[in-house]
Design a protein around this ligand. Structure first.
Ligand code: ZN
Length: 420
């Protein structure tokens, strides 16, 4: 995953263009993506797919030809969607097109201007304050022209029509934790989940933020109703503790499964309530869809000093953080897939466990994966209204423990699964 992240890092991505296309095609060499090209001008709900942006080079030079900024050194140097320019500007004019971070004077900010019809440069504040000439020659060799927006999609089938949606934005240029960590983890997760039988289908959607999610939603309004759980994946490669931003519903299977798995794994988790800011959960949780989609992160967007700067580079990402996030996501998917609701075949009193060999199965055998306590909790909460996730949360037992108890009680025909 870390090697793939470093491979993708130098590519200049945006919401359209050759960098986004190349990124999605490189994902497609690892997993069997269906790739969509959505033409410029396509109406997407209240939006329209914009012109495709491509950029070949950009520089700021002194009038005697000394290069003070070169896009080739860092693709954050040019504001995304900058129109072409070749001009001599006074420092004062140039200042209107320059973005810096005075509080982080050595870092280059990340800025975009998708709908601005302008151009701009992002510089370290240190570079900018050292630029004291009266005039500079600025050049951006870019194109804004009809083209298309690239999306990649993979559906791993399940035995029911319920789906788990994983959504990964791919529109950030050289930023490692925000965007690339999600991309490489999702790619590896798709490899791990392929060929495993499951009740839920798992859908992976790779595309630009906002318009990618909106396109999928507007094209798949029936499929959207099948989404039983979903996660936006980003910022999963730093060393920070996990954060989960809840879906708008706040009590969805996704919300409960993430909290349960992190607790079972002994991983500290900060749960953030839904808010209509952030990533594509904004689109999935818009009132016309209201899907059970949350956002899973380590340190959240905006809460680490390297966020949206040139310091969000591969040195911020740790291979072991990627690996742990991948393992946890695999467990979250497994829990969502295993969750089910049961009812007692005969709910009057406790059944006699010894007569059915259930004491023998759970007692005194170190390493057995359940307990008498779990059996009693499942027997009590198998009322057709509590799923295994509810039982685990209410009992304080692990999901695995109540699920194993449910398996034993199913085998002995003391409970039955409610139809979905
Ligand atoms: Zn971002």
């Amino acid at each position: 995953m870390y090697d793939f992240l470093r491979e993708l890092f130098p590519i200049c991505r945006s919401i359209t263009g050759p960098g986004l296309r190349e990124t999605i095609h490189r994902i497609g060499t690892r997993i069997p993506l269906t790739i969509h090209e959505v033409p410029t001008g396509t109406a997407i709900l209240d939006w329209t797919v914009p012109n495709e942006w491509s950029i070949r080079s950009a520089t700021i030079e002194t009038l005697d030809g000394r290069v003070v900024m070169d896009f080739a050194d860092n693709n954050l140097h040019v504001v995304g969607y900058s129109k072409p320019v070749d001009a001599v500007l006074s420092r004062e004019e140039l200042a209107r097109h320059v973005h810096t971070l005075p509080d982080q004077p050595t870092l280059i900010p990340y800025r975009t201007g998708y709908f601005a019809d302008s151009f701009g440069f992002c510089l370290s504040h240190q570079t900018w304050t050292a630029m004291t000439d009266e005039q500079y020659r600025v050049r951006i060799d870019s194109t804004l022209a009809p083209g298309s927006m690239t999306l990649g999609e993979l559906l791993l089938p399940g035995s029911t029509d319920k789906e788990i949606l994983l959504s990964i934005h791919c529109c950030h240029p050289a930023l490692a934790n925000d965007n690339l960590s999600g991309i490489v983890i999702a790619t590896e997760l798709a490899k791990r989940l392929a060929g495993v039988s499951r009740r839920h289908a798992v859908r992976f959607l790779f595309g630009p933020g906002t318009l990618g999610a909106l396109t999928w939603l507007s094209w798949n309004q029936d499929a959207a109703r099948k989404v039983a759980a979903g996660l936006v994946l980003t910022c999963l490669g730093d060393a920070g503790p996990y954060h989960y931003k809840q879906s708008r519903q706040g009590t969805s299977a996704t919300d409960r499964a993430v909290a349960q798995v992190l607790a079972d794994e002994g991983e500290p988790l900060t749960v953030l309530p839904f808010a209509p800011v952030g990533y594509d959960e904004r689109q999935y949780c818009s009132p016309g869809f209201d899907l059970p989609v949350g956002c899973f992160m380590r340190t959240p967007n905006g809460r680490y000093p390297e966020y949206h700067t040139s310091a969000d580079d591969p040195s911020l990402v740790r291979p072991e953080s990627l690996e742990r996030s991948l393992d946890i996501l695999e467990k979250i998917i497994a829990v969502i897939d295993r969750d089910a609701t049961y009812e007692r075949v005969d709910g009057r009193g406790e059944p006699q466990l010894g007569r059915r060999g259930l004491y023998r199965l759970v007692s005194g055998q170190a390493g057995r994966s359940t307990s008498q306590e779990a059996l009693l909790w499942v027997l009590n909460l198998a009322d057709g209204r509590h799923s295994l996730l509810d039982m685990a949360a209410r009992s304080g037992l692990t999901f695995q423990s109540v699920a194993a108890a449910a398996d034993l009680l199913l085998d002995t025909q003391l409970i039955r699964e409610m139809s979905q």
